[in-house]
Design a protein. Sequence first.
Length: 573
Amino acid sequence: MKEQSSFQFNKLWMLTRPPIGKLMISLILSLINTATALSIPLLIKQVMDTIRTGLTPSLIGGIIILFLIQMITSAVSLYLLAQVGQGVVRELRTKLWNTLIRLPVSYYDRNRSGEMVSRITNDTTIVMNLLSTEMIDFVKNILSIIVAVIILFTLDVPMTFILLAVIPIMFLLIMPLARKVHKIAREQQDHMSKLTAFLAQMLSEIRLIKAYNSEEKEFSSGVKTFQSLYSFGIKRAKIEAIISPIISAVMTAVLITIVGFGSYRVSQGLISAGELVAFVLYLFQIMVPVGSLTRFVTSFQQTKGASERIFEILEEKEEDYESGLSLQEAGTLSFDSVRFQYDDKVVLEDITFEARKGTVTAFVGPSGAGKSTIFSLIERFYEPQSGEIRLNGQRSEQINLYSWRQLFSYVQQDSPILAGTIRENLTYGLERKVADVEIIEAAKMANAHDFISAFTQGYDTMIGERGINLSGGQRQRIAIARALLRNPQFLLLDEATASLDSESEKLVQEALESIMKDRTSLVIAHRLSTIVKADQIVVIQDGKVTGVGTHHELLQHHDFYRVLVNQQFSTLS
C-alpha cells in the first residue's frame, strides 16, 4: 500500500512538473522562517536570564529583526507557494481537458459529463493543495521538529526524552483513523461528482422539469444527494473530532508533565528558569508541526482518492488523430459485412452497401433499426466489431481520423447549437477565416438569411444556451448553413426535418436539396420526395440490410418497403 502511494505521488509530480526553482526558494524562505522562529525562544531565555541586569539595545534590536525576518519570509513564501499551486492546478486541468476532449464517444456513453466536470474542478484542487502548500509545510515541519529536538537536548536531556516518547504513540493512534478518512474521502468525492452531474443535467433541462411539474420530484432527488454527502461529511467529522482531542489531550499531558518536571529541576538547580521557559516555548514549536503532520497524513489520504480518479481518466485510450493516410478527395464509401454492438446488444449485423461519389443514398426502416448507428460508424464515433468500412478502397482504420472527419458534415434531427452568436455557430469548427460574404451566401442557401437579418444584431445575435431563443426550423437551417460552410464532400442528414412544422419543413427541405447538389449524400429519410429522388435506398430491419434498390425497384420486390410507403407516406404518394 505504501509503495502504491509513493508511486502515485511520483506520477503526480511527473505529470504536473511543479517549478523546482520557486519551490526551492519557497522552501529556503520557509527554513529561514523556521530558523528565525526557533531562535526566538533562545533570545527569550537570554532575556529571562539577564532580566535583573537589564535589557541591552542589541538584544531588543535582535528580537525586532527576527520578527521582521519572520514576517517577510512568511509572506514571500506563501505568495510563491500560491503561484506554484495555481500552476499545478492549471497543468492538471489542461491535461485532463486535453484527454477528455479526445476520448471517444463510447466513453461518454458510460460516464456522465457532470462527473468529468467534478474531476476537473474538485479533484485537481485537492491535488494542488498537496503538491504545493502541504508538501512544503511537511518538509518545513519535519525540519522544525528535528532542529527543535536538537536544541531541546542541549537544554535538558531527561525532559527531551519524555517528549520524544509521546510522538510515536500519537502516530500509532492516528494512522488507523487516517486510513478511514481516505476511504470516506474517496466515497465523498465520488458522491460530489455525481451531485455535479445531477445538477448540470437538471439545470440544463429546466424547461422539461417545469413542463411536467417535476419540481418536487427533482427537489427530492437533490435532497437525497445532499443528505448522502451530509452523511459522509458527518462520518469524516466524527473521525476528525476524535483525532483532534487525542492530539490535544496528549499535548496537554506532555505540557503538564514537562512544566511539573521542569519546575522540580529548576528547584533542584539543575536548569535555570530561562531554560525552562525556552523548553516550554520549544515544546509549543513542536506541538504545532506535529499537529500539522497529522493533518498532512489526512490530506495525503484524501489526495490519493482524487489522484486515482484523475489517473483513471488520463489512462483512458484517446482517439488517434495523427496516424494513417491523409485524404483530400473522396470517392466511394462502402460498408462490407459490418457488425456492431453496444455492450451485449447487437445493433447492426452484416451491413453491406456502397455510396458512390455524387449520389444520394437513403436509409429507411422502423425506429430503432440501427440507421443512426450507421451514421455514428461513418463519423467513426465508434469502431465496428467486425467487417470493414472503406473510403476510396482504403479501410477506415488506415485513414487519418482528422482528415476523415473533415470530409463529412453531419446534420442531425435536433442539431446542437452552442451558446454564443449566430456567427460563431455558423463558423464553428472552421480553422480558416470566413468572410462575411461567404457566411451570408451560405445562410441564403440554407434559407436562414432572412430570419437572421430580422434580428436587431443580425449575425451577432446571442442565441442562448442550446439555441433556446430560436425555433426548431431556425436551428436546423443554421445547422445546414454551418454544414455548407464546411464544404464537405459527404453530407449526412439524420431525419433533419422530422420534428418541424410544415412551413419550416418546406424551407429546410429546400435548403437541403440546395446543398446536396454535387455532394455524396446519405440520408435517413422520412419524406417520400427524398426517397423517390434517391439514387439508391437501403432498407434496414432489426439491424440488417433487407433490401437495396431504387424506389420503384423496392416497391415491386420488397414487401416491407411497400408496407412502409403505404403506411407512412400514403398522403404524398
